[in-house]
Design a protein around this ligand. Structure first.
Ligand code: ASP
Ligand code: MG
Length: 458
């Protein structure tokens, strides 16, 4: 049997009629094949989820007219996109009717919340889910009109009928076994029937109560659905062309990385690179389904494929920079090296749920690179009870990520050559097979990253 692809588009890719038309072209060219039709997973139009959350909070207030005003504005925005895209009169009136049903439900909910003066997480989820419901309804109707001539049907399906989750409202967890069972029918549709359009982010409990799976959850939805329909590939369409060797605002010659292992993508994200949260696509990667990150602005480019493991010979994959770092320099209260101090520091960090970004240790002191936002009074007092602690503010963490960092001779020499006279205050090398991190003064960081990128990639 031929395997379909899953294509996920984020909020900016469906923000207005023009953007939606671009998505339709992409689905035609990169989703529909001779043998299969794609499963298209959409986010809400850009900004809509935020507005819905605001509306839910407004509805608690005494005068809830503002909530109703904002619903009217959202309704108007969606109606305009619908009118711009759907030209057949009967189809348009059907679509407008479906959209109106969503807004009518929300208006009733606003009144209910206001009457009871209680906004539960369950209610919040019903508000939040409206964005994806509307964007997919419009997209499916508009696309059906365009594909009609080609004889390809488009089917809108409500993710609440199959994307079954736990009942932890606003951050519900998908139940893959249940989803797979319910998606069997959809699987046969996308492998030999029409294009299927559905909502990311939104699901339902086994007894049908609307849930959402956490902000930005559509990538995760796409990954879970991809596994359930046995996809050949999951395409995540964003507005950047895959994962780059460096932030292009720092190194304009940064290039897209063709293939990246899951571990490398995770490290880059953890160490500050602005890439999607790789853990959201793990369910698919783990099952051996390649996840491709692409740009809807440049759909012809290949993007980056994330795989569980990638056979690679290159020493270096990318460079990440994280600013707002504090370097903690911890030494024992006694003059002698003391293993108990390290344990106590580890306990204090763990208690506050803090994972240091990089660590380096010698006989008389240990250095921890930590995000500035984590250095709170509570942590400081916990640490100061067990050790002498110095806080070095205004630092940045630069990390090199790559599969051959340890195996390749001479990498360290190249790094130091590129750093030149930049004072490197801490290095963490060898603790991980695929990363080298070091801390530099913040004002030197951009220049250092530029030089490193030049040394290794240009
Ligand atoms: N619309 C949801 C959000 O903005 C989910 C998503 O876009 O992934 O969080
Ligand atoms: Mg969004």
């Amino acid at each position: 049997m031929h395997k379909p692809v899953v294509q996920k588009f984020g909020g900016t890719s469906v923000q207005d009629a023009e953007a939606m038309l671009r998505v339709m072209d992409i689905v035609r060219q990169h989703g529909i094949t001779r043998w299969t039709r794609p499963l298209v997973v959409l986010s809400a139009c850009a900004g809509v989820t935020n507005t819905l959350i605001r509306i839910s909070e407004l509805s608690l207030r005494e005068a809830n007219t503002q909530a109703l005003v904002e619903i009217a504005q959202l309704a108007q925005r969606h109606e305009k996109i619908a009118r711009d895209l759907v030209h057949s009169r009967p189809k348009l009136s059907l679509l407008l009717k479906s959209l109106n049903e969503v807004w009518t439900e929300l208006r009733r909910l606003v009144r209910g919340v206001n009457l009871l003066h209680e906004l539960t997480l369950r209610n919040r989820d019903f508000f939040q889910a409206a964005g994806e419901r509307c964007s997919t309804l419009i997209f499916a109707a508009a696309f059906a009109e365009r594909l009609k001539k080609e004889g390809t049907p488009v089917q809108w399906i409500d993710s609440r009928d199959f994307f079954i989750t736990t009942k932890e409202f606003t951050h519900a967890r998908p139940i893959p076994r249940e989803i797979e069972k319910r998606m069997k029918r959809i699987r046969s549709s996308v492998t030999n029937g029409g294009v299927v359009v559905t909502q990311g982010f939104v699901g339902a409990t086994p007894d049908g109560i609307t849930t959402t799976i956490g902000r930005g959850g559509s990538d995760f939805s796409a990954a879970i659905m991809g596994v359930a329909v046995h996809a050949s590939e999951i395409q995540i369409w964003t507005d950047v062309n895959g994962i780059l060797t460096c932030d292009p605002r720092i190194a304009p010659l940064a290039e897209t990385i063709g293939h990246v292992s899951f571990a490398e993508a995770s490290s880059l994200a953890f160490l500050g690179a602005k890439v999607l949260h790789p853990e959201t696509i793990w369910p698919a990667v783990e099952k051996g389904i390649p996840v491709r990150i692409l740009s809807s602005k440049e759909p012809e480019r290949e993007g980056t494929v994330v795989l569980e493991d990638v056979e690679q010979t290159r020493p270096l994959t990318g460079i990440a920079l994280k600013q707002n770092i504090v370097l903690l320099r911890v030494s024992p209260c006694s003059a002698l090296p003391d293993s108990g101090t390290l344990q106590a520091v580890a306990d204090a960090l763990q208690m506050k749920g803090i994972v240091p970004l990089a660590v380096s240790q010698s006989a008389d002191a240990a250095l921890y690179a930590i995000d500035k936002h984590d250095v709170l009074t509570e942590l400081r007092s916990a640490l100061e009870r067990v050790a002498i602690v110095e806080y070095l503010y205004d630092r940045a963490l630069i990390s090199l990520v790559g599969p051959g960092l340890n195996a390749n001779f001479g990498i360290a020499a190249k790094i130091f050559k590129a750093l030149g006279r930049t004072n490197c205050e801490m290095i963490s090398y060898g603790g991980s097979d695929i990363t080298v991190s070091f801390v530099v003064p913040e004002e030197k960081a951009i220049r250092a990253v530029k030089r490193l990128h030049k040394e290794f990639f240009e």
